[in-house]
Design a protein around this ligand. Structure first.
Ligand code: SAM
Ligand code: SF4
Ligand code: SF4
Length: 338
């Protein structure tokens, strides 16, 4: 039987973001800066990471509590060995209506077909610039644009729906807004611009470096006029727009200047099985130990629903009204995957 579980602000639990690894082959400065995530950084040991069986079981439990959308993330999820096997398991769960992954795209060409065959229908690819030099600077000299574009092409060819995410930082890649918009307008992929966020404790975030929703819209509107369109559903994170001429859609995820906590229905589980009820949470609750001490599904479900019932998170709303809130210790983005 499926329940609806509500938090203290009556927000239902509907989405699960499942991180499958804390490792990544990129070192994007806003997420895993090289000087912190260097050769001495200790990533999770293999036995600390949830197995596919454990992830499948946990996902079924979340589905019994009302989750219908599942997103696989990381770290870089395509680094996890046999990921298509997990996709196959999760897509077979009755009640998972939407299964997607978020990837940096570097290995997508290799895996696109296998992922599609395993039951995946959607993929979100992160790409912050079409300029090789700037892209390389942004990702710690690890990835190249061509590989990511080849990955996008391969995914499209096998029939996966593709969206593109671009994090925009003022002075770093805001000059790429219009070239990216033009390129993906032509390719007919939905491009979503993300305001640079103060996630984790290591990216040295400053408000001055945020290219705001307004900055982004102004830049695009000057060359390709846009008009707003209605959200697809309540709680959609991106505000939608379309170009006036061909109606191709874009989105803006404005968690800094126009936050959307009031409809946030997302739970996050890290690769080691900790449950976080907010992207900016300080602490997670260990679900792995419940799974590994042979607790029943009912006990795990009760733990999750109790946590959700007590959920009070609305960090982005609070940050907008009071900047001091930022002093908290926060979980790293590479642990819970955005
Ligand atoms: N490695 C995969 C990728 O990059 O798509 C999945 C994990 S990554 C943490 C998920 C998303 O979070 C990416 O789209 C990334 O650009 C975004 N992200 C990471 N750090 C961010 C930050 N400080 N502000 C805004 N978005 C961020
Ligand atoms: Fe890796 Fe994604 Fe973080 Fe970049 S944003 S460092 S690709 S996990
Ligand atoms: Fe959800 Fe937390 Fe982001 Fe607000 S700040 S939208 S509660 S994840």
């Amino acid at each position: 039987m499926r329940h609806t579980v509500l938090d203290t602000f009556q927000r239902p639990l509907k989405d699960l973001r499942l991180s499958v690894t804390d490792r990544c082959n990129f070192r994007c400065r806003y997420c895993m800066p090289e000087e912190i995530f260097g050769p001495d950084y200790s990533f999770l040991a293999k036995d600390k990471i949830l197995s596919f069986e454990e992830m499948e079981r946990l996902t079924s439990i979340f589905v019994s509590l009302g989750v219908t959308k599942v997103r696989i993330t990381g770290g870089e999820p395509l680094l996890r060995k046999d990921l298509p096997n997990l996709i196959q398991r999760l897509s077979a769960i009755d009640g998972v209506k939407d299964l997607a992954i978020t990837t940096n795209g570097s290995l997508l060409k290799k895996f696109a077909r296998e992922l599609r065959d395993a039951g995946l229908s959607r993929v979100t690819v992160s790409l912050d610039s079409l300029n090789e030099k700037r892209f390389s600077e942004l990702n710690g000299n690890r990835g190249n644009v061509k590989k990511v574009l080849d990955g996008i092409e391969a995914a499209t060819e096998v029939g996966l729906k593709v969206k593109i995410n671009m994090v925009v930082q003022r002075g770093k890649n805001d000059e790429d807004i219009v070239p990216m918009a033009k390129y993906f307008k032509e390719k007919k992929h939905i491009l979503r611009f993300i305001e640079y966020m103060d996630v984790g404790n290591s990216n040295g975030w400053k408000m001055e470096e945020v290219a705001t929703k307004k900055d982004i819209l102004d830049k695009i509107n000057q060359v390709m006029p846009l008009q707003p369109i209605e959200p697809n559903y309540v709680g959609e994170v991106a505000t939608r727009y379309q170009y006036s001429d061909d109606h191709q859609e874009i989105g803006i995820i404005s968690s800094v200047t126009d936050s959307f906590c009031s409809t946030c229905s997302r739970a996050r589980v890290s690769a080691e099985g900790k449950l976080y009820t907010c992207l900016f949470a300080t602490k997670g609750v260990d679900l792995r130990s419940l799974l590994r001490t042979e607790q029943s599904n009912e006990v795990v479900a009760k733990t999750v629903s109790d946590i959700w019932n007590h959920r009070v998170d609305r960090y982005s709303d609070e940050r907008t009204s009071d900047r001091d809130v930022r002093k908290n210790e926060k979980v790293e983005m590479s642990h819970i995957g955005g």
